[in-house]
Design a protein around this ligand. Structure first.
Ligand code: PMP
Length: 439
């Protein structure tokens, strides 16, 4: 069995060995390390300087164009003109906090809420997914009176102290956080829902035996950092039922699958035909403008606000609302959900065809434009993280940007902007095939 990997360590420039780099780049990296310090993370064995983005493409300082298969923040396309001009127009007109009435902020909230199941009729706007999850945990604790949380083994839910505690993929090694229990990622086959619920049952029992009790399970509903687990649709239903049986809340973290990525609707939880108790949102919400949100039942928010105030200076500002509105416009006008389904299917079928030819490919999973591709060793079929890194760096030399995921870092995380077409899928598949043939 391979060793588990810290998420930020995947596909990372380690920051010390610059031998063989152009002298200018080596100097630049040393300077960056001196100012950004130990938390500086750069992609790739040899980092790239980006200067421009457009649609599915990024352009570096040497004029090279890269196909971005990795970035779900500019979800409707890098620097989308409709989003960029909506932000620019609003920032030039008015940018204040939500303590004043503002038509654009209010209508954005109404518009977003019209796309979530009816009982979830309040929206609290934040600036990041981390803030949204932090607030969701606090709401769950005030509603249940409990403080124990359950997450998957390689989950990532953000960067505050509270959400780092529920982000085991941020730790080097398996963390031991007293109020958090880890359950394995969903299985790729067999009774996926039953096994997931059985593991959840064990964790709930453990938490109930502690002073913390069971407040909530929080899941990224496409399990992106765990390695992407989407099938069979509906497999989360037994977990939801069990959570409610034990008086806990079910929090769906839509930072990754939200806003159309899975090709079956706006939300990842929709694939499971369930209504979570709390939904958290982030990155694709503003296409690069910092936005996050918590969608919640009014009675739950009221309970939380009985004891605690919540105010977010920048969350839900008119500029944020302009960005959010423009993102929803583009998803609708360019039919990006249908595109995610169509292009995603072409991509997935192509990867399955490659899997039948290359034993190095151990699995293909996903929905819409979120696909995981596992690499394994040819002799004993175990997770092969070095081979995944090799593929990532080879793809870079062919000007395709991609990253890895999963507990062992052996899963290629395929997650391009939603304007990715079947032509881009063909380009990716042909290049990957070539690399596999030569590897
Ligand atoms: N939840 C999930 C599932 C995420 O992937 C991330 C960010 N990668 C977050 C929460 C945190 O979002 P942010 O970086 O905006 O704080």
């Amino acid at each position: 069995m391979s060793a588990s990997k810290q998420i930020l360590a995947l596909n990372r420039f380690e920051g010390t060995d610059t031998s063989g780099f152009p002298p200018e780049l080596a100097k630049r990296l040393a300077k960056r390390r001196a100012t950004f310090g130990a938390s500086s993370v750069l992609f790739y064995e040899q980092p790239i300087e980006m200067v421009r983005g457009e649609g599915v493409y990024l352009f570096d300082s040497n004029g090279n164009r890269y196909l971005d298969m990795y970035n779900n923040v500019p979800s409707v396309g890098h620097c989308h003109p409709h989003v960029a001009s909506a932000i620019a127009a609003q920032v030039a007109r008015l940018n204040i906090n939500t303590r004043y009435l503002s038509r654009i902020s209010e209508s954005y909230a109404e518009r977003l809420l019209s796309h979530v199941p009816a009982p979830l009729s309040n929206l609290v706007m934040t600036c990041t997914g981390s803030e949204a999850n932090d607030l969701a945990l606090r709401i769950a604790s005030s509603v249940t009176g409990k403080h124990g949380f359950i997450v998957t083994r390689a989950a990532y839910h953000g960067n505050t102290e509270a959400v780092t505690a529920i982000s085991p993929s941020s730790y080097k090694g398996a963390p031991h956080i007293p109020h958090v229990r880890l359950i394995p990622a969903p299985s790729a086959e067999g009774d996926v829902g039953g096994t997931f619920a059985a593991n959840l049952a064990t964790a709930i029992k453990e938490l109930e035996a502690t002073e913390y009790g069971f407040a909530a399970i929080i899941v990224d509903s496409i399990f992106s950092s765990d390695g992407i687990f989407a099938d069979p649709p509906g497999f989360l239903q037994p977990a939801l039922a069990l959570t409610h049986q034990h008086g806990g809340l079910f929090i769906a973290d839509e930072v990754q699958p939200g806003f159309g990525r899975t090709g079956g609707g706006l939300w990842g939880f929709g694939r499971h035909s369930l209504t979570p108790d709390i939904v958290t949102m982030g990155k694709p919400m503003g296409n690069g403008y910092p936005m996050g949100g918590v969608v919640v039942r009014p009675e739950h928010l009221t309970r939380f606000c009985e004891t605690t105030g919540y105010f977010n200076t920048f969350g839900g500002s008119p500029v944020a609302a302009a960005a959010g509105n423009a993102v929803l416009d583009v998803i609708e006008d360019e039919e990006l959900i249908a595109n995610a389904a169509t292009s995603g299917q072409v991509l997935k079928s192509g990867l399955e065809a490659l899997k039948s030819r290359f034993p190095r490919i151990g699995g293909v999973r996903g929905a819409g434009l979120f696909i995981g591709l596992d690499f394994v060793t040819p002799d004993d079929n175990t997770q092969d993280q070095p081979f995944a890194s090799h593929i990532i760096n080879q793809l870079k030399t062919h000007h395709i940007l991609i990253g890895a995921a999963g507990l062992y870092g052996h899963t290629l995380k395929i997650r391009p902007p939603l304007c990715f077409t079947t032509t881009h899928a063909d380009q990716f598949l042909t290049t990957l095939e070539q690399i596999l043939e030569q590897s």
